[in-house]
Design a binder for this molecule. Structure first.
Ligand code: FES
Ligand code: FES
Length: 161
């Protein structure tokens, strides 16, 4: 089958089989390795991408579902001002990040702030629930998100809330 979709803002086309998972398509057809191959059963979040606006494990998305979709991987998101805000915020509060979870955490932060510009503690915790990291506690995540909000407001408006 041939599938067309939007990948990191560009129209792309891939020839594949219906059951092949997006994680494999990204790595093998597009050379995008930012979505890590971890548990491959939707548990760890290492393979997270933004799929039609929601953070989703790429290992759970079969090729037949990606037709007409919009997918953003960490490679595409890294080029944005929004990503820079998030990286600065993570760094400022020393949020734990490793090569395994970092892409998922960054994309979770973005999807969360898209949906809730001023999220509550519960919304923040829920927003990161798809990434299985035991190295970071909830207080640090909340601190990181609030720091990112301040950084973003200074970038956009020259002031904090
Ligand atoms: S590799 Fe996809 S959730 Fe773990
Ligand atoms: S810091 Fe990467 S899994 Fe916890």
């Amino acid at each position: 089958m041939t599938v067309s979709f939007i990948l990191n803002g560009e129209d792309v086309l891939v020839r594949t089989e219906p059951g092949v998972r997006l994680i494999h398509i990204l790595r093998e057809n597009f050379g995008l390795f930012g979505a890590k191959s971890g548990c491959l059963n939707g548990q760890c979040g290492a393979c997270s991408v933004i799929f039609n606006g929601s953070v989703t494990p790429a290992c759970l998305i079969p090729a037949f579902k990606i037709r007409g979709s919009e997918i953003i991987t960490i490679e595409g998101f890294l080029l944005t001002d929004e990503c820079e805000d998030i990286l600065k915020g993570f760094k400022e509060v020393h949020l734990g990040n490793c090569g395994y979870c970092e892409a998922g955490k960054i994309l979770c932060a973005e999807a969360l702030l898209e949906r809730f510009p001023n999220p509550s503690r519960e919304e923040i915790i829920m927003g990161f629930s798809g990434v299985n990291c035991r190295c970071t506690n909830y207080d640090r995540l909340v601190e990181a998100v609030n720091t990112i909000i301040g950084i973003r407001q200074r970038r956009l408006y020259g002031r904090s809330a």
